[in-house]
Each structure stands twice: as C-alpha cells, then as structure tokens.
Design a protein around this ligand. Sequence first.
Ligand code: 26R
Length: 822
Amino acid sequence: SGRGPDDEPDSPTRRLRHAFLHHLFYTQGKFPALATKTDYYLALAHTVRDRLLQRWISTANEYTKNGSRTVAYLSAEFLMGPHLGNNLINLGLFDDARKSMSELGLNLDDLLYEEEEPGLGNGGLGRLAACFIDSLATLEIPAVGYGIRYEFGIFHQTLVDGWQVEKTDKWLRYGNPWELARPEWSVTVKLGGHTERMQDNSGQLHVRWVPNRTVLGVPYDTPILGYRNNTANTLRLWKAEAPEAFDFAVFNRGDYQGAVNQKVVSENLSKVLYPNDEHVEGKELRLAQQYFFVSCSLQDMLRIMKTQHVPLHEFHEKFAVQLNDTHPAIGVAELMRLLTDEHQMHWNQAWDITRKTFGYTNHTLLPEALERWPLELFKRVLPRHLEIIYEINARFLDEVRQRYFGDEARVTRMSLIEETGERYVRMAHLACVGSHAINGVAELHSELLKQDVLKDFHEMWPAKFGNKTNGVTPRRWIALANPRLTRLISGAIGEGWIKRLEELRQLEPFALDPNFRAGWREIKRANKRDLSDVIRKRCGVAVDPSSMFDVQVKRIHEYKRQHLSALHIIGLYHRLKTNPNLEMTPRTFIFGGKAAPGYWMAKLIIRLITSIGEVVNRDPAVRDKLRVVFLPNFSVTNGQRIYPAADLSEQISTAGKEASGTGNMKFAMNGALTIGTMDGANIEIREQVGAENFFLFGLTAHEVATVRGNGYRPQDYLDGNAELREVISLIRHGYFSRGDGELFRPLVDSLVNHDPYCLFADYQSYADAHERVGTAYRDSEDWTRMSILNSARSGLFSSDRTIAEYCRDIWNVQPVQVPILS
Ligand code: 26R
C-alpha cells in the first residue's frame, strides 16, 4: 500500500493502533487469537482512557490551584449510558478510532456495542443528571456529580409470553475501565442508635449521636469530558463497605457468621437501585441509601475545603449544591448537623450557610411520588436528624405564624411534619425551607408548582421560585446517535451547532431546497433500515422502513398513556377489518419502556401492547398497513438507535401530569414530528417549531381540572363514541387474548369506571390528530420540510442552555478554562 499520512510513524491512527495492541496484551493479557469482543472493547476503552487522563489531572490541578467555586450536583440517579463512543466524540477521535480498528479487521460499532451501559437511573430524572454533567463540562464549569455506585442498576427487561420479566443488571461483570477507586478519600457514615446531650465546662450544650452502626463510603471517580475542550470533571459515586472486613470482636467470640453478616448488611446500602419511579415505597433501606450518599458527599466537600484552606463559614461560597428532587433533601439536615454538632458552629450561622448552599429542583407533581417518611422509621435510621428537623420546623413555623397571624390551617399545611393520621417527615417541605432557590423543569410545571403543590411556599417566598426548562445534550443525542444527520448538517452549516445548538436555525432555508430534503429523507430512511434490523433480531417481526415509524418510548405509566395509543391502534385495526379497501398510511408502532416491577397495571399495559402485536402482525388483511412491536429493554443504548429512526414522536400524557419530558426533545432534534398534548415541555417545543409543524390534541391542564372537578364520567364518552365502544368491546371479549375475557379486565374496568387519566375524554381528539398525521405523511416533500424545521428550531432544548441558566440564576458560577496540555 502507498505511504499516505496515516502510515507516518506518529499519525493518530497508527498511535491508536499501537496503544490498543499494547492494552490487549498488557491489560487484557490476550493476543488476538484468544481475544473476545469484550477484550477488544476493554483494550480500546483503556486506550481512550489514557488519552483523557491528562485532561482529568490538569482540570483537577486547575480547580485546586484556583480554589474555584464548584457546583455539586446531588442525585440518587445518573443514567449515563455507554462512555466509549461519547468520549471518542468529545476527544475528536471517533474517525481515527474507526480507522485504526478497521486496519486491525475490527468494526468500531461492534466494539462500542460491547459496553455494558451503567444504567444507574430509572428514567427522566437520572438521564437529565447525565445530560447536565455533560453540559457542565462542555461549558467549563467546575462541577462534581455525586451519587451512588449501585452494584446493580436498573433491571434488564425481557419479554416472556408478552409479559415483562426482570433480570438483574450485572453491569460490573467484566470490570469498569472508566472508574478509579479512591479509597484514600473514604468517609464513615453513622446510622441508627440514639443521641445524648452533655454540657462542657463553659456550660455549652453538646449533642452526641451514638450510632448503632457505621459504614464506609468509598468514592469511585469517572471522568466527564467536555466537548473538544480540556475540561474533564468528575462523577463521584459512593460504594458502601463494611468498616472492617471482619469485626474482630465478634470474630474472636467465634461468631464468624455474625461477623460476615455485618459486612453483607453494610454493602447492601449501595447494592441495588430502587426501580420505582413516581411511586414511593417507605423502605428503610432507601432512606439509608439516600442518607449514605448525601453524608459522604457533604463530608467530601468539607475535606476539599480543608485541603484548600477555605474557612468553614465560606461553605456556600465554595459550593453550590443542587438537590435533584427530594432524594438528597436530607442534605439540609446533614449539613446543619455537620456544621453545628461536628464543627461547633452556632445554629443561626449554620442555617444561613445551609440556605445559601442548596437549590432544589422538583421533577414531579404526582402526589404518590412526593417523598414522605414515616416518623418512626425516620427516627430509627436518623435519630439526630429528626431532632434537627424538629428544630428547623419550630423556627420555621414561628415565622409562618408571625407572617400569617391566626392561620393555623396554613401552619398545619406547611409543617415539615405531617400530623393528620400517621405522622410523616415531608421531604419536599424540608427541601423548600432549606434552599434559596426552587425550580420546576418546564414552564407549565413551574407554574403548577406555584399554584398547587407548593402554593403556600410560593406565597411566603415568591422570589425563591423559578423555572428551568430541561434540555438534553446534543453530543450524545445527535452527534453520537445520528452520525449520518450530523454529517449532513455540518456539511450545510459547519460544526458550530454541536456546541451552540441555536445555530441549527441556519438550517431553516435548507427546508426549501429539494436536494437537501432528498438527502434528509435518505438519512431518515437509512436510520429506519438500521432500526428495522434491530427489530427483526429482537422481536422477530419484519417491519417496512417505508412505513411511518410511530414511536412511544418512556417508562410505562398510566399518566403517560401508552394505553391511549393502544386503544387507538385497535381503532385503526377495527376500521381496516370492517373496510378492507380503506386508504390508510402504513404505520409501524414501536413501543419501549420498563414498568416498575410492582406496578401491576403498567405490566398489564405491556401485555396489552404485545397482545395487539400478536394479532395484528399476522393478520394478512391489515399487516401491510399496521405493525405493532414492543422493543424490550429500552435503555440509553437502545434510545440511541430509536430516536434517529422515528418519524412521529408520541408525547401524549394527560395535560398537567408530565413535568417536562426529555425524550420529546431528543425526537424533535432528530427530525421527528410530535403528536402531543399541552403538557410539560411539549408546549415549549410547539412554540419553538411552530403550531403548524406539531400535531396537537387533547384537553389542556386547566380543562382536565375542570372536567374532573365536574365529576368526570368516562361512560358518557363511551356512550358518545361508536369506535371507542368497538375497541373496548374487542378487548372485553378477549379478541386480543385468545378469548380470555378476564385478562385485561382490570384495565378495562379501571378505564370505564374511573379513567383517572382521562383517556376517554381525549380519545376522539387523539384519533383526529392521527388522521392529520396520516394525511401529512403522504406528502413526503412537505413532511420532510416540517421534519427539517423541527430540527432547525430545537436549539432551545440543548442542556447547555439549561445549564447556562442554572449557572446564572441559581449557582452563580463562572467557567474556568483549563490550560492547554503540556
Ligand atoms: C419512588 C420515588 C421517590 C421516585 C419518584 C420519582 C423515584 C424516582 C422518580 C423519578 C421522577 C421524579 C422522574 O424521573 N421525573 C421525570 O423527571 C424528568 C426530568 O426532569 C422529567 O422530564 C419528567 O417529566 C419527569 O417525569
């Protein structure tokens, strides 16, 4: 072969190739004949890790030297997704890596696929945290993400006979090349026991917390690269360990089992992610998990302050701590404990610092998702914190009484302790009282917080409230997930959009260019072909890439209304069966998402969808027009293949229930059109892309409230809608369950008698919107134009914009540039 530049001794591809072979030999201990795909993946991962370590160290050095003000993002979940591809993109090494692998006869995509994704989150909230730390690094903001290193992340979903079956997520099985353990920075955390008080010589009262056990928190650090800069921030996740492998006191008594048992109990704290979203279970272990990682993180911040010689009273100047929902809200009481009990600071000063330190983001309006802990349970785990919360509450309620003279009802409503019936600690109230800033995650959501869930707090402190509409990172969700589109866009407007997503606006004129449209369409088609291959492999169903890909992927929940789409599909099926010559735009309905293992109704919704698929996909009368698939195990990895292949994005929650949604943004960026309600960020997406490029349907949040307030009767809607009656009757008579009329009965009964999420009220409006979708899709030139405009106008939904707003309005932090490597 000719001597091109890549054959030069120090060309990037050549260096990558050598480093890769080095790691295959010295890290994996293999030579090519024995190497597995995992070995190859790990060898490449280590090769890439070497290339980011310099940045990581320089960044830490720069922050330490300057004593930079730092954001601490506290989150029980970080749904990171695979690191390798993302790091290659951010380092600018993606193409070189592909080339060097192919020179070795390896395919980069195959290697990327070998990475087990760290699924340390349930859904929206955890994925948002991942997008945020990506944007913080890209914007060069000193930041640490603090969380839990769960040994088992979100379960792996399989389908057995159309039902969800959970498998444990053994993501650490082959090791994790992206993390470094930092045992030298371990901290101890106390749990349980009781408190004692005593006076010192000067008459000063001291409180001593005597725990009944302690655990060790060991930090594991993962570098988080900025896009094409020198910043590498840190995700610091805590693993729980027993303070000693053996308790020798117990061991010497001969109780080996007891000694080992202690170790097991301690390590349980970071064993597994709770797979529930939007429904609290008052489990002691969950509270202990929350306290564990929050205490570790705050102690870590105090350690950092000490090494940088920052005085204690400047805590809030050194750190801006954000609470990702109430899961870390115990931090308010913990910081008070650390400052007062452990560092002898006076209450008032500690309280002033605490409030200046914390900001609180709320992510849900559903009452069943608001965390409250039974008082007895709370006291068992955190006796000292309960006392501190009582003290915070006493002082807070004095303020309420003074401000609202004689209004004891308000005092009861606002108290940190719920005292009607069983007594609870209200974590959202603790978060509100202990923070200087409170925000929702989309305009509507933030408004509803002020008017409804946190009304009293808003009345008392209106200035604390604000909105920060969510965003997603265009690096992972466009550049990495959709390389074809990335090339087309960059060819037209340059690469600036990857860092400044607003520049996508420059695509608008291209929507009128037939050549550009043809290119755009061809990319969507290619992405759909790729997804069709995945569907064939995973579901055994052949789908037609020229049909419209209509996608709903998200956690399965009644409020998200996957079953509204299911009812509508049955409606379409019914139309086709009764009128075989009916013209209908061919559609492939693609569903994906996990149900909380204990959420029966959600699991039944999955079974309904798979059942519809079984009937529809093999019915020759309809199978050219309708296909229905449920892609198992929706995850970040699978999302990266799904969003780029979607024509239509289903965002159909009952208005007022979805705080924001973030999948809606990923779809729009990748050129899908949305069919959606006036809910969460859908409203802002519609405003941006233009009402004429968005398929709106359904009641507004206000109308939902009115309809429900007037005694909603789903039966009335059934009586008034012939198609809906046919749909319900088909399900009831077992048409989708081989004649079993019982299977879906709980679902049907719930709809007919209660319909808490107003599916029936929205059915006709939804069906009408789908008619408009079908017609629009048939004009493929115009559809493509709308698709391009959706992308071009999605710039607002970059998490870079969101993070810039947090930095300005809540955290008051500035970028710190990391100097070029030496
Ligand atoms: C069990 C309990 C405490 C719990 C409640 C809620 C556990 C986990 C959750 C997750 C919720 C809060 C969540 O993921 N909310 C989602 O947050 C996204 C990011 O802001 C929003 O886009 C999305 O609308 C919202 O549902």
